[in-house]
Design a protein around this ligand. Structure first.
Ligand SMILES: [Zn+2]
Length: 467
């Protein structure tokens, strides 16, 4: 069902006025075209998509720059110049996507299929859909001759799905004058959570950091038939995994999560009691979440990793032959840390936890690490987004959220930008429904209504923020 038909009568006129219905065909065909350009990463091959974006923008008079971090790894950027009376704003997206197995899908994941009111394909949500929303916003600002007081920059980059070091991170290090902005809008939020009869729109203001750690256990080799003569590294690794897995990190409520729990407790009566209790008695968080899990399992399990550091074993390797007691066994741990915590603290903690097992029998190697990041909630941009959303949907809520995964926002936050993940979308599934048809999933798709809605919200936000 098209959401315009669901609108409450009193909000209808204002929203109809703000909704950019005239762009429906254009956003649909641009997204369909972009999906047809296979940018599965690895290897990426984003330059073809970057050229497509540049060509599309050139039709509205934008001059784009394409920078390749390596052959084929293109990043495209352009800007709408302002009068420098206001800070600049970057509309950021990534052009690469994760792989898709065509045999699992009901349509060709790279076919750019348009049917049933949706654009289907890998990247529809993560995140070529937002590339189109941002590109269309820029075009509309120009077409409507909107005078902006700060520069509005657009960058569509490579390599986010593999860490962004050949994309946004590289671009910011090598061409900061082309992409740096005081404010950044990127992926990671924007989708509304249904709360009773209302929608609560999310703005991603923070994300966890990560530490991928390889721990190696050492023993003494021997014959499998006389195991007691040797020292079995697998058995030692067993203890290491047990020790790290049973560690329960202290609950920490970062500002974003405090505000999320407060906002949601006001918006949804069923969440009021558990969320207020979480805030008042964080030491009883597990008790509260176990109870909540009986009725709202997905929500409870979404909150759990947002209030503490987590460590999970994700890969294991040990032994070389059936009859040899192994002298080495290694396990990779995926450790996720909250804003305010650092990678080196997490490493020290891990080593301290393993001390009782004898550190001389193990070694540690950091495979990859990213620090967490958080932007303030009280900013003019957050306020503008809230005002715009309420003009479209008077009774909606707006709340900041913490992401457990990472996005390219971290590169910009590290340089001092205020970054929000905000791809405005109305919910297309219920809160309790298991989400499989979304980012990185099978049959990924975005409704045409949401493409129009997202562009309308973003256009109005940028226009008012830059006025
Ligand atoms: Zn993404």
């Amino acid at each position: 069902m098209r959401f315009t038909s669901l609108l409450r009568v009193e909000g209808r006129n204002k929203m109809q006025r703000l909704l950019l219905t005239e762009i429906e065909e254009e956003v649909t065909s641009i997204l369909s075209d972009l999906i047809k350009i296979d940018t599965s990463n690895p290897p990426g091959n984003e330059t073809v998509a970057a050229e497509y974006v540049a060509k599309s923008l050139s039709r509205d008079g934008f001059e784009c720059t394409i920078r390749e971090s390596a052959p084929g790894r293109g990043n495209v950027s352009t800007r709408l110049r302002g009068t420098s009376e206001k800070p600049s704003l970057l509309l950021l997206s990534h052009l690469d996507v994760v792989a898709a197995k065509a045999c699992e899908w009901s349509v060709d994941p790279f076919g750019g299929v348009v049917k049933d009111g949706f654009v289907w394909g890998r990247g529809a949500l993560d995140m070529k859909g937002m590339t189109v929303v941002e590109l269309m916003t820029l075009k509309m600002l120009k077409r409507n001759n909107v005078k902006v007081k700060g520069d509005v920059i657009l960058a569509a980059t490579a390599d986010e799905e593999q860490g962004g070091l050949a994309g946004a991170g590289w671009l910011l290090d090598n061409y900061p004058e082309e992409v740096y902005a005081e404010y950044v809008l990127n992926e990671g939020g924007g989708l509304a959570i249904p709360a009773g009869s209302k929608n609560v729109y999310t703005i991603n203001t923070a994300e966890k950091g990560l530490l991928w750690l390889r721990v190696k256990a050492r023993g003494l080799p021997g014959h499998g038939a006389t195991p007691n003569v040797a020292e079995n590294a697998i058995l030692h690794m067993n203890k290491i995994i047990d020790q790290l897995n049973s560690y329960c990190a202290p609950v920490v409520m970062v500002p974003t999560v405090q505000r999320f729990l407060t906002d949601m407790s006001k918006q949804d009566a069923s969440l009021r009691e558990p969320f207020l209790r979480l805030l008042a008695e964080p030491e009883k968080a597990d008790e509260v979440l176990n109870e909540l899990s009986k009725t709202e399992r997905l929500l409870a399990e979404e909150i759990r990793p947002r209030i503490r550091m987590t460590i999970a074993p994700t890969m294991i390797c040990g032994g070389v032959k059936e009859n040899i007691i192994p002298s080495e066994c290694e396990t990779v741990f995926d450790c996720r840390i909250l804003p305010g915590q650092t990678v080196s603290e997490a490493l020290t903690l891990t080593q301290r936890l393993l001390e009782p097992l004898g550190l001389e029998k193990s070694s540690f190697e950091v495979i990859h690490a990213n620090n967490p990041s958080e932007s303030p909630v009280q900013t003019a941009l957050f306020e503008t987004i809230t005002t715009v959303l309420r003009d479209f949907e008077p009774d909606c809520g707006v709340t900041p959220v913490l992401m457990t995964g990472g996005t390219d926002s971290r590169f910009f936050r590290a340089k001092g930008s205020i970054c929000y993940g905000f791809h405005p979308m109305r919910p297309e599934t219920a809160r309790t429904e298991k989400v499989v048809k979304r980012e990185h999933g099978i049959d990924e798709r975005i409704s045409i209504d949401n493409l129009v809605f997202g562009t309308s919200i973003l256009y109005e936000t940028v226009k008012r923020f830059m006025r």
